[in-house]
Design a protein around this ligand. Sequence first.
Ligand SMILES: Nc1ncnc2c1ncn2[C@@H]1O[C@H](COP(=O)(O)OP(=O)(O)OP(=O)(O)O)[C@@H](O)[C@H]1O
Ligand SMILES: [Mg+2]
Length: 260
Amino acid sequence: MIDDALPPPAAAPAEPPAAGPAPAARASRVGAQVDIVGMCKEYVHGGRVLSVLHGVELHLAAGDMVAVVGASGVGKSTFLQILGTLDLPTRGSIKFDGEELTTMGPERLAMFRNRKIGFVFQFHHLLPEFTALENVMMPGLIQRLPKAQVRQRAADILGRVGLSRRLTHKPSELSGGEQQRVALARAMVLEPALLLADEPTGNLDRHTGEEIHQLFVELHRERGSTMLVVTHNLELARMMPRTLKMIDGGQLAPYEEVAA
Ligand SMILES: Nc1ncnc2c1ncn2[C@@H]1O[C@H](COP(=O)(O)OP(=O)(O)OP(=O)(O)O)[C@@H](O)[C@H]1O
Ligand SMILES: [Mg+2]
């Protein structure tokens, strides 16, 4: 049963958010403003310090949509994990609509993450024993929103990504592209202020990859989330309004400046 997978009610917000106006009317105020200053990340490995990110700066306005490209191992996933509050920086500041994240306690951070941030990974990370619909319902159920409303929202967004006829399929009964569309629907179902994607099409053929990127662009236009998408594919990156290249030390430069 789907409820068995939920955390205890203590994690619930005091008041479920109201249903709110239609998505189109909401779009302009959904996205988060993100300000990253002096972000550093060091790993200690085998007794040695490995400095991956060194003084990274990034400012995202509410509703920005940015692609990040860069060589393998340069620190893109590390950066995304920290921005998504799944890991802490060694130093530096991350402000989310003016609120500092690096000093937030773990419980508050978990709630914040669930309410404000959506993730899409290279491998979909769907729960194999649940259907597409149940997987997309999960973030709303974790927030203890009313089940009927959660079901409706999940069905709506699955329809939006073209899967209204696959609601009862489990991940193993979906194609790779369909699984990734479910993952995108799950990440977007609560209209997160920030959507982070780490090579969401790295595992897909070119045509399916293009379709998924197109969906990112369309959902961004409709829902207004601030989006950061890491990709190895420059053609796909170019579908986004702004492309940054991560270079040594995790510095993020406009792609055009470092392309030559
Ligand atoms: N937990 C860890 N401990 C030690 N080193 C790590 C750890 N995680 C990552 N690294 C190192 O940090 C560097 C950056 O890794 P990261 O996964 O962020 O790269 P990436 O840019 O996402 O690469 P790719 O494009 O191949 O996914 C790599 O050199 C990696 O070996
Ligand atoms: Mg990576």
